[in-house]
Design a protein around this ligand. Structure first.
Ligand code: HEC
Length: 213
């Protein structure tokens, strides 16, 4: 082999090596970001995500804390099916590991306290037509004592008066608008969430039976 040909081969070999290692590096650079945030901090993590997602894709888990960064995919990019499954599996693996180890007795007590607080608020509203914007002096408990006949476990189901498959929230609003002559609540209204919590808490342990009449 001539000396200048050997030189060309060496240059091509080095360039190939650099390209290959860059590719391997980019593939491996998909990283799981897990931050354990003491109460109130999730917004900080969301800010971090937003910053990172300016140039590449960040897939967030539903826990508001964990995210995977795909550094080789554009922020508005779509993951091919196999890669998407792999990302979902990694997110779930990190979630399951955390579930087994992270929650303390104190966390559980906080959840229980908040749950009871919202149920009590729902109970109060169920007996207070004014607080729900009723206009005729009639409250929920007058027709549904102890939430009787509310059947939350049967939703979503077809309701003839609404002429469609309705949610529990739709029926709560129907009863606010009709027997109580009030205005429907926004589905994110804290009063709606409280009513729903109270109604469902009264049917704890009843098997789900969506569609049952
Ligand atoms: C004047 C009586 C009356 C009042 C007041 C009333 N409801 Fe109802 N409610 C009914 C009747 C009757 C039905 C059954 C309608 C049906 O299933 O077609 C019903 C249905 C429901 C359902 C669906 C039940 C099922 O079996 O699918 C829910 C949930 C509900 N009401 C919640 C409430 C809430 C919450 C309030 C107060 C904001 C309220 N209701 C006020 C009479 C009332």
């Amino acid at each position: 082999m001539k000396p200048d040909m050997r030189l060309w081969f060496t240059i091509i070999f080095i360039l190939g090596g650099i390209t290959l290692s860059w590719g391997v590096y980019r593939t491996a650079a998909t990283s799981v970001k897990t931050t354990v945030s003491p109460g109130g901090a999730p917004s900080l993590q969301q800010d971090t995500n937003r910053k990172a997602s300016e140039d590449h894709l960040v897939v967030e888990l539903c826990d508001g804390e964990t995210a995977i960064e795909a550094s080789d995919v554009a922020a508005d990019g779509v993951l091919p099916p196999a890669r998407a499954r792999a990302v979902a599996a990694r997110l779930m693996a990190s979630y399951q590991a955390k579930q087994r180890s992270q929650w303390t007795k104190r966390d559980r007590m906080t959840w229980e306290r908040e749950q009871n607080r919202i149920i009590e608020e729902g109970y109060r509203l169920f007996h207070d037509w004014k607080a729900l914007g009723g206009t005729n002096g009639i409250s929920c408990d007058m027709c549904h004592p102890d939430a009787a006949d509310t059947h939350p476990e049967t939703y979503p189901k077809f309701q003839t008066q609404l002429k469609q498959v309705a949610t529990l929230r739709d029926m709560i609003n129907w009863c606010i608008e009709h027997p109580m002559k009030g205005k429907p609540l926004d589905c994110n209204d804290p009063r709606m969430i409280a009513l729903e919590s109270y109604i469902t808490s009264q049917r704890k342990g009843v098997p789900l039976a969506p569609g049952k009449h």
